[in-house]
Design a protein around this ligand. Structure first.
Ligand SMILES: [Zn+2]
Length: 550
């Protein structure tokens, strides 16, 4: 029989050839986002910069190869190499396209995402880069016959290779140590770009967290919570809108050059301009906003606690959470809550998601279903917006509110001109303006004291310095990801009942405030008191005629 080319057996490769090739591949291609950032640093220039880059590349290759040596066993090697290659490929796309970095918070965001959010991120560029950077090398890898080595010989080879890799790592870092130390200190984000080790390190942090924190129980808070209002006070209705991905600076009310908030401008609202978020993603900000601990203590907490909603509920108020997004991240678990995901209300829902106005649809009926004895004390409804969630901003806005054109109609934001990305984003603020005005309109139709509080979870990057979306580690995130709008509207009946002085709130317009103030301020505006309450953190109570009663 004639022999063909495909019948010729491929030469079996030494396993170290595969680990070496994989390390070089990983350092060169999936780490392009790292090399791009490095090339843009002002202190990394000229020949010295080039040598620094080479030294760092050698160091990263040494570290990657040292890790691979640990997995260089007959049945383990190819699966582990595949995991490295595929993780690196997916990391590359998101770091390159959106300027994000991969840390523990980003992994939590990925774990808590829902199919709708994931679908928003999907596009053919992601697919192509996954295939080119991940699937193709994995396919090549599995076609390579590997030379079998005896156990003892394999152990010896691995130990030698491990020692050599560590040596390469140490020597290359020593050679560039001076620059390395200062660059890494001044640009901490670089360490979150080392691909795919950033993903593995972040996953390790997330896995280790439950060991540091007792997740088995939720500590109760506000056991002494009570309503502290004048006797005979008419029950109030408060709507708290939890905003999504809203940048304070893009609100016309806050001095933005574009009129993105025409409807709120006609209402008597107070819009605070200097409010800072607790985190840069929903998963970190949302539970922190509703915690009594405040950012610093929240991040260091050794156990989880109940939220503001539990305290309001315990004080006897009728509490309801309506979610038009990826859930309340545990804060609303013990109070009545509704998710709009399954709703098919025309014209708000298109089958895959609903515009935020759907939360006002049938709200009277939902409130009427809450216990009457609670409603007699007061109602607090939380509306969790889809808001300005990216990257598919265009999906968040009904056609009638797309004021700024042309808008980016893609989820691959970096492919659109920056003005189009900003247009699409600003349209989401126009729609939020409409939604908040509709909420105020709903409240105006109701008797008794009513009020609305709107506060967003975090901001957004819109292409400044090549950064998109949000979720950068707080210390290195730009201000636009951290400055959030906080808007308050109160009915005349509410102002009168509580002795609220609107001019006093106006005085706080530029005061430095944060999510830390939210818990105590909501206790202030609802009139709930408990041992967790701190009057110094309550922006409303301090503006009421008689904030403290015993
Ligand atoms: Zn968010």
């Amino acid at each position: 029989m004639k022999s063909t080319v495909s019948d010729t057996p491929r030469p079996a490769r030494h396993p170290l050839t595969l680990t070496l090739l994989a390390s070089l591949w990983l350092v060169a291609l999936p780490n392009i986002p790292l090399w791009r950032q490095l090339a843009h640093l002002p202190e990394v220039t000229g020949l010295r910069g080039l040598l620094f880059g080479l030294g760092l590349a050698l160091g990263v290759a040494g570290l990657t190869h040292a890790l691979l040596c640990l997995f260089n066993w007959r049945w383990l090697l190819k699966p582990v190499l595949s995991v490295f290659l595929l993780s690196a490929a997916s990391g590359t796309y998101f770091m390159w396209s959106y300027g994000i970095v991969i840390d523990a918070n980003m992994i939590v965001n990925v774990l808590q995402t829902d199919p709708r959010e994931a679908a928003d991120l999907f596009n053919w560029r992601l697919l192509v880069s996954l295939v080119l950077l991940g699937v193709l090398p994995v396919w090549w890898l599995w076609r390579q016959p590997v030379r079998p080595l005896g156990l003892v010989r394999r152990l010896g080879t691995n130990l030698l290779a491990l020692a050599a890799s560590v040596l390469v790592l140490v020597i290359s870092l020593l050679l560039i140590y001076q620059d390395f130390a200062s660059v890494m200190r001044n640009h901490t984000q670089l360490r979150y770009l080392i691909n795919p080790l950033n993903s593995f390190y972040a996953i390790g942090r997330v896995v280790a967290q439950p060991l540091e924190r007792d997740h088995s129980r939720v500590e109760p808070i506000g056991l002494d919570a009570r309503l502290d209002l004048p006797s005979g006070a008419a029950p109030a209705t408060l709507i708290v809108v939890v905003g999504e991905t809203a940048r304070a600076g893009n609100f016309g009310l806050n001095g933005y050059a574009r009129d993105t908030t025409p409807r709120l401008a006609r209402e008597e609202v107070v819009s605070l301009r200097n409010v800072w978020s607790c985190g840069t993603s929903t998963a970190t900000s949302l539970p922190c906003m509703f915690s009594h601990l405040g950012k610093e203590a929240y991040e260091k907490r050794s156990s989880n606690h109940e939220s503001l909603l539990d305290v309001l509920h315990r004080a006897g108020l009728a509490v309801l959470w309506i979610d038009n997004q990826s859930g309340c991240k545990g804060t609303c678990n013990r109070v009545p809550n509704v998710n709009t995901a399954a709703l098919k209300v025309s014209p708000y829902c298109d089958g895959s998601e609903c515009h935020d106005e759907v939360m006002l649809h049938g709200l009277d009926r939902r409130i009427a279903e809450l216990p009457a004895e609670r409603r007699a004390r007061g109602v607090v409804v939380f509306l969790h917006q889809m808001g300005s969630h990216g990257p598919a901003y265009h999906k968040r806005v009904p056609q009638a509110f797309k004021r700024f054109q042309p808008e980016c109609a893609s989820n691959a934001l970096q492919q659109c001109a920056r003005e189009q990305v900003v247009n699409a984003y600003d349209n989401t603020i126009v729609y939020t303006d409409h939604f908040l005005a509709e909420t105020i309109g709903w409240l105006k139709q109701h008797k008794g004291p009513t009020a609305m509080v709107y506060l967003a979870d975090h901001g957004e990057s819109l292409g400044e310095n090549n950064l998109y979306l949000h979720g950068l580690p707080y210390a290195i995130a730009p201000d636009v990801q951290k400055r959030v709008p906080w808007i308050t509207w109160t009915s005349p009946a509410f102002v009168q009942q509580r002795g609220l002085r609107p001019s006093c709130l106006q005085d706080k317009l530029n005061a430095a405030l944060s999510h830390d103030h939210f818990f105590h301020s909501l206790m202030g505006i609802t009139g709930v008191r408990s041992s967790e309450y701190r009057s110094a953190m309550d922006i409303y109570g301090s503006c009421m005629a008689a904030p403290e009663r015993s």
